[in-house]
Design a protein around this ligand. Structure first.
Ligand SMILES: *Cc1c(COP(=O)(O)O)cnc(C)c1O
Length: 340
């Protein structure tokens, strides 16, 4: 099976498993795990922040950050309507932070400083929620791996600063943006109050994410990590996988991007498929067909897995476990079943 449903489909490589098996470990919550300590130091430095904390998942990075920033019930976070916390986190802003979401709209998942200024409520207006936080997703997941332009990130950060808002960077796929643009991770992330990386997406580790921020913010994040059962023991086993991924699996994200472009260009030739290959900027390919569930079910019979995203759109994501042959297989299978 060529599994293009998500870049979470990767399994640890033999080399990664060897690094994990050999890892020296200790009690993470006593700061005695050497792998976790090294990982947190490395990610803090990469993202241009003072400190970082290892967490089981990216969802927990978002949930803990929102909890810290939305510090009073009824506080509001400004973010895109397709962002992960809005669509895929079980209502976490409401459930964990008693927060409101202020969802902004656009095709590519980005927004501008003016959009933020227009969304901020007057703090003296007791009828409105308190605007507290802006959250940016780089790259944008649901809109298809689109990259926020650097000027747009700077513009949003400036608007947030002017309006007294905190800022959060959901960097589940930040390193895809880094590899695609050549702009280093700290340039993207250091202007935010909190920022994080996921190791279980394109980086190919089995689990884990690191949330970075100031020393004070990370100390507070530890309180919530403890309270929600995220404090770990010999987590070095998995942190070693993440360290291995940072060393070995970052530059190769460029291969995933090239394969996504090849796939998009091939799909664009087929009847019954609508796609603009120019919108494929990283490793996520979205295209429209008449009946996404039927299309994906037929594709499965030909040994290829893709995911129906909604009533019109199918999603395919390239990753470590899909090589050039996998893309050929996917294109041959799609050409067999594509049609008006
Ligand atoms: C996957 C993802 C998350 C959540 O990360 P998990 O490690 O799966 O919990 C958050 N934000 C974005 C943009 C994602 O793609």
């Amino acid at each position: 099976m060529v599994d293009l449903r998500s870049d979470t489909a990767t399994r640890p490589t033999p080399q990664m498993r060897a690094a994990m098996a050999a890892a020296e470990v200790g009690d993470e919550q006593r700061f005695e795990d050497p792998q976790v300590n090294a990982l947190c130091e490395q990610v803090a430095e990469m993202l241009g922040h003072e400190a970082a904390v290892f967490l089981p998942s990216g969802t927990m990075c978002n949930a803990i950050s929102f909890r810290l920033h939305l510090d009073r019930p009824g506080s509001e976070v400004i973010l895109h309507r397709t962002s992960h916390p809005v669509l895929y986190e079980g209502g976490q802003p409401a459930a964990y932070s008693a927060g409101m979401v202020c969802p902004l709209d656009s095709d590519d998942g980005t927004f501008t400083g003016d959009d933020v200024r227009a969304a901020v409520h007057d703090p003296g207006n007791r009828y409105a929620p308190r605007s507290k936080l802006v959250s940016v997703e780089q790259t944008t997941n649901e809109p298809g791996g689109r990259i926020w332009p650097l000027e747009r990130v700077d513009d949003v950060l400036a608007a947030a600063r002017d309006s007294g808002l905190r800022t959060h960077l959901d960097g589940a796929r930040l390193l895809n943006a880094v590899v695609a643009t050549g702009v280093p991770a700290d340039r993207w992330a250091s202007g935010f109050d909190t920022a994080w990386l996921d190791f279980s997406k394109g980086l190919g580790a089995p689990m884990g994410a690191c949330l970075a921020g100031s020393r004070d913010v990370i100390d507070e994040a530890w309180r919530v990590k403890q309270m929600t059962g995220g404090a770990l023991r010999q987590a070095g086993i998995v942190a070693a996988g993440a360290l291995h991924a940072l060393e070995r699996h970052v530059d190769r994200l460029a291969d995933d991007h090239a394969r996504a472009t090849t796939l998009a260009e091939g799909l664009a030739q087929l009847p019954g498929i609508t796609i603009d290959p120019a919108t494929v900027e990283t490793n996520i390919v979205r295209f429209d067909v008449a009946d996404p569930p039927a299309f994906c079910a037929e594709l499965r019979e030909h040994g290829v897995l893709m995911a129906p995203l909604n009533a019109t759109t199918v999603r395919a994501v390239t990753h470590l476990d899909v090589d050039d042959d996998g893309i050929d297989t996917a294109l041959v299978a799609t050409s067999r079943i594509a049609g008006p």
